[in-house]
Design a protein around this ligand. Structure first.
Ligand SMILES: [Zn+2]
Length: 234
């Protein structure tokens, strides 16, 4: 929220989450999603649903404990790590299964410390959500993940199923690098409402699931509003 002399202005929120329904793309072998009526207004006087979902279904966050023994669980991640300014990096033009290399993104990080603690890779893959094409996507090379961690990036978001290939020959290098450093990954972002190159504020808050390795999130973005001299009464 932004305060002005005229009151409080709400930022315009951009929903960067995929809808959870029966057509969602899930990682092969993961639990399927269901939201089934448990009681109904007609029969019971009120409506309640029973929800069944994997901890890595839909737009979600990977906690360090997803891969790291005794790593932080989703309820232990500091919330201020998950809200902040993010850079949306353009990696469109990559084909399915091709590598996003450090060279592809290096120019955004000329200094030893990144100006953004949250970095999001925009491949353009969100448009394939719910289709077979979604399951084969560009992947990030491990070295690029190491360079991001060296520059103090704490959260890496992708608009694909994973920054690593499904059962790929290179293993789960980006997961190992990020989660191994007690950092966080966010997967299956729906970036169709953003442009590559945007700089936005984002919020990736998980459910407070005790001891869990990941959580679905309602990911949001908004543009920081510049308050002009006229508006703030100066
Ligand atoms: Zn995950």
């Amino acid at each position: 929220m932004f305060s002005t002399s005229q009151g409080v202005l709400q930022p315009q929120l951009i929903d960067i989450s995929h809808k959870l329904d029966s057509r969602i793309s899930t990682y092969p072998g993961d639990p399927s999603f269901a939201c089934i009526p448990f009681s109904t207004v007609e029969k019971d006087g009120w409506s309640v649903h029973s929800i069944s979902i994997g901890s890595h279904s839909g737009t979600h966050l990977d906690a360090p404990s997803h891969l790291k023994r005794n790593g932080k669980t989703v309820d232990e991640i500091p919330l201020n790590m998950l809200i902040g300014r993010a850079r949306i990096i353009d990696v469109t033009g990559k084909s399915a299964s091709s590598k996003i290399t450090w060279k592809d993104i290096q120019s955004h990080f000329p200094h030893s410390s990144s100006p953004w603690r949250i970095v999001i890779l925009y491949t353009g893959w969100a448009k394939y959500w719910g289709t077979d094409e979604y399951l084969s996507y560009p992947i990030l090379e491990k070295r690029a993940a190491e360079e991001l961690i060296a520059r103090e990036v704490a959260v890496l978001g992708v608009d694909t199923l994973s920054p690593d290939a499904i059962d790929g020959p290179d293993g789960y290098g980006v997961h190992e690098v990020f989660l191994g450093a007690d950092k966080v990954l966010v997967e299956n972002l729906n970036l169709t409402g953003l442009q590559p190159g945007d700089e936005v504020m984002v919020s990736f808050l998980p459910l407070k699931l005790a001891g869990c390795d990941g959580s679905p999130i309602r990911a949001l973005a908004w543009k920081e509003r510049e308050v002009s001299r006229g508006e703030n009464g100066l």
